[in-house]
Design a protein around this ligand. Structure first.
Ligand SMILES: [Cu+2]
Length: 276
């Protein structure tokens, strides 16, 4: 049995050096810890709720026993403040998935309760190979003056900050690469509102998996933009063809600004693949 301990609580989280949000977080980080599993694993997740309200955890895209699925008041009693719940199941799939809160859905995930679930296939040769592997979890935030609100696609609640793995550009990672190397970018729609057209500069990538399912070779296709909607995952393999700084970014320009301000060429949903 592979055991994970996850706790939900409220934290202060810097999405930029000078911008902090009040977030709901798993294990004091946004996104929550990346859970690495292998197809066939039996996993037990000891969950503890330190939030001031009830919550649950859902395993997005996984086939699990119904009582392990997470929807509050539908498959389980919500976990009260101070309470615990043990999620236990056998992992029968592989690929890119995520977990998130499934209680108070209009706000808890939007405040930070999500994390990646990366499941390796039992047969390692079934994995689509790349030299590097980088996971991109999207999120939208609304921060006004000193208060953080869950962003909603609703008048008065639209987001003004956007993050990749909990950071807005220029605080996002820069990924070092060498010419000729390949990178598997795993886009995860952990955001709750927009469909983000995620674009990579420097030539097309190959879409190799959708929603955790590896495409047959004949079904893989070349593109340079994938529309990543809430809940969706796209694994794409990009080749570093030429040296230089190649951008990965959302193609909705407002999503590449921080509260409508550009810093060092952009903001929000942007990161650099730095090819030497
Ligand atoms: Cu966007």
């Amino acid at each position: 049995v592979k055991i994970f301990d996850i706790e939900a609580s409220i934290i202060r989280w810097n999405i930029l050096p000078d911008v902090a949000v009040e977030a709901y977080a798993y294990n004091h980080q946004v996104p929550g810890p990346r859970l690495q599993m292998t197809e066939g694993d039996h996993v037990r997740i000891n969950f503890h709720n330190n939030l001031p309200e009830s919550t649950t955890v859902h395993w997005h895209g996984l086939i699990v026993p119904n009582e392990m699925d997470g929807p509050a008041k539908i498959t389980q009693d919500p976990v009260p403040p101070g309470g615990s719940y043990t999620y236990e199941f056998t992992v029968g799939q592989s690929g890119t998935y995520f977990y998130h809160s499934h209680d108070h859905p209009d706000r808890q995930q939007a405040l930070g309760l999500y994390g990646a679930l990366l499941i390796a296939p039992k047969d390692p040769s079934a994995e689509v190979k790349a030299d590097l592997d980088y996971t991109i979890q999207l999120q939208e935030w609304l921060k006004r003056e000193w208060l953080t609100y869950p962003a909603m696609l609703m008048e008065g609640a639209l987001p003004n900050y956007f993050t990749i793995n909990g950071k807005a550009y220029p605080s996002t990672d820069t990924v070092p690469m060498k010419v000729g190397q390949t990178i598997k970018l795993r886009f995860i729609g952990t955001n709750n509102n927009f469909v983000h057209p995620m674009h990579v500069h420097g030539g097309p990538f190959e879409v190799v998996a959708v929603d955790g399912v590896t495409l047959n070779e004949s079904a893989r296709y070349q593109a340079d933009t994938v529309n990543v909607g809430p809940g969706q995952r796209y694994d794409v393999v990009w080749t570093a063809r030429k040296p230089g700084k190649w951008l990965v970014h959302c193609h909705i320009p407002h999503h590449t600004a921080n509260n409508n301000v550009e810093q060092q060429g952009g903001g929000g949903l942007m990161l650099v693949l730095d090819v030497k």
